[in-house]
Write a protein that binds this ligand. Structure first.
Ligand code: NAP
Length: 289
């Protein structure tokens, strides 16, 4: 695409898919992942493995991060061997992880202190949209930095929105993930109620998916429910984390507490590494009632 060197830290389910899409679109990408073996797939696709985060920063103009949670991003940016440990000024750091708005503002502060720009850019959408470059990017931070990164956002997503100052992108992300959790629990409860009344699961899913209530979640998760198989595209532990973050931001809507309770209990019942739709399994066992 051009000669700008992109750095990417975090090659989990999302990072791997996004980097593969950037490479497919001709970008030059330096990568670092804590567990080295997870770099193999993208290195085979043309990415350059970096020995350390310091080396990655040195070799890149725009550095993206996409790791698990608030503690992970803080370690990646501010740890002893983290991104900012030897960062010269003039770089743009872009965190695409889902974290608290407070953490995004903290990261902006530490990046700015060392003369670097910071954007938070969490995404709506999972692995398939990441592979296809159709994510929705929810950006907070200085608009000038957003304009510079936008050509890459345009590869990563079908839409990027600049929502205002740091914290706004993360707030929007927590809001959309609350809606996701409502969708998942609504779908699970509806199918289980119908099944309890003798309606076959497959038939109830067809009724939902052929009608006005169909959406990407009801369609995308139907096969997992029917096959009782929930390999993680978006791990349940991460959505439980996002609900806890929304709780920390003071959300007080009537449906919030029951949904948080379901996901927390499913997590404590050992479903954290499975897909978010595995709350179906948890509710099916009559738990959560
Ligand atoms: P994942 O598959 O669990 O991968 C997590 C990544 O974070 C791995 O690369 C892991 O490195 C790294 N990591 C964790 N702790 C770290 C630390 N202390 N230092 C350095 N690296 C660390 O997660 P994911 O599904 O890609 O999700 C990443 C982020 O995007 C999360 O915030 C999630 O909420 C958000 N998100 C996910 C989806 C989705 O559908 N999956 C969609 C939208 C947003 P190791 O390989 O060494 O463990």
């Amino acid at each position: 695409m051009d000669t700008v060197q992109i750095g990417w830290v975090g090659l989990g389910n999302m990072g791997t898919a996004i980097v593969q899409n950037l490479l497919k679109n001709g970008c030059s990408v330096n990568v670092y992942n804590r567990t080295k073996e997870k770099e193999t797939a993208v290195v085979q696709a043309g990415a350059r493995s970096q020995e350390s985060m310091q080396q990655l920063v040195h070799n890149s103009s725009i550095v993206f991060t996409m790791v698990s949670d608030d503690a992970a991003v803080k370690e990646v940016y501010s740890g002893e061997k983290g991104l900012l440990s030897h960062a010269p000024g003039g770089k743009i750091f872009v965190d695409m992880s889902t974290v608290s708005p407070d953490t995004s503002r903290y990261l902006a502060e530490v990046c700015n202190k060392s003369g670097n720009d910071f954007l938070e850019a969490p995404v709506s959408g999972s692995v398939k949209p990441a592979q296809e470059g159709t994510l929705i990017i929810l950006c907070g931070g200085p608009v000038e930095a957003y304009q510079k990164v936008k050509p890459y956002f345009d590869i990563i997503g079908k839409l990027s929105l600049h929502l205002g100052e740091n914290g706004k992108g993360s707030s929007a992300k927590l809001a959309i993930n609350y809606f996701l959790a409502l969708n998942l629990q609504g779908l699970a409860e509806t199918v289980l109620f119908a099944q309890d009344k003798g309606v076959k699961m497959e038939d109830m899913l067809t009724i939902i998916n052929e009608g006005a209530l169909a959406n990407g979640i009801t369609k995308g998760k139907a096969a997992s429910i029917v096959n009782n198989s929930f390999p993680a595209a978006f791990a349940l532990k991460h959505l439980a984390k996002d609900l806890r973050l929304a709780d920390g931001q003071g959300i007080q809507t009537p449906l919030f507490s029951p949904v948080l309770h379901t996901f927390q209990q499913a997590l404590q019942n050992g479903l954290g590494e499975e897909d978010v739709m595995a709350i179906f399994k948890y509710l099916q066992q009559g738990k959560g009632s």
